[in-house]
Design a protein around this ligand. Structure first.
Ligand code: CMP
Length: 140
């Protein structure tokens, strides 16, 4: 199945100059870029994007972190790219993420209240459709 997935290079990744490295890995894997936009999130966008995490202890620090600088919002496309990008990204905790993955190679624990783990990737085709609608309302 050719799928689309929403990828975000989070503020830590943009700040550290890793946007190009993340795009390079996506393209090297053979996925195509359907949309790429550098933008600053808003509380409204994040409330929708992270609706499932509302009420969790890391929710407020997560939103604050995601507002701390611009993010690179990316729509990727390819055969099974939702699962494929999750494997490229590695485990949520960058300390545990396997070497060879984006988080395993480039991330580490910064001791903050929230995992600054460089990237986000949709966790299912349904989430991808929902998230692409949030970040790129003109792209369906
Ligand atoms: P992401 O996959 O974008 O979606 C939710 C984010 O919340 C996750 O990446 C991490 O940045 C953060 N997160 C998830 N679980 C935890 C946790 N247990 N503690 C702190 N931050 C978390």
């Amino acid at each position: 199945d050719v799928q689309r997935s929403l990828v975000l290079v989070k503020p830590d990744g943009v700040r550290r100059g890793l946007s190009g490295e993340v795009l390079r890995r996506i393209e090297a894997k053979g996925y195509t870029l359907a949309a790429v936009e550098l933008r600053t999130a808003t509380p409204e966008i994040l409330a929708e994007h992270y609706a499932e995490h509302e009420g969790k202890p890391f929710y407020a620090p997560l939103v604050e972190f995601m507002l701390s600088g611009p993010v690179l919002a990316v729509v990727i496309e390819g055969e099974r790219c939702v699962e494929g990008f999750r494997s490229l990204a590695g485990a949520t905790d960058p300390t545990v993420a396997a070497p060879g993955t984006i988080r395993g190679d480039l991330g580490r624990d910064w001791g903050a209240a929230v995992q600054q783990n460089l990237v986000h990737g949709s966790d299912s085709p349904e989430s991808a459709a929902r998230e692409i609608g949030i970040w790129f309302s003109d792209l369906t």
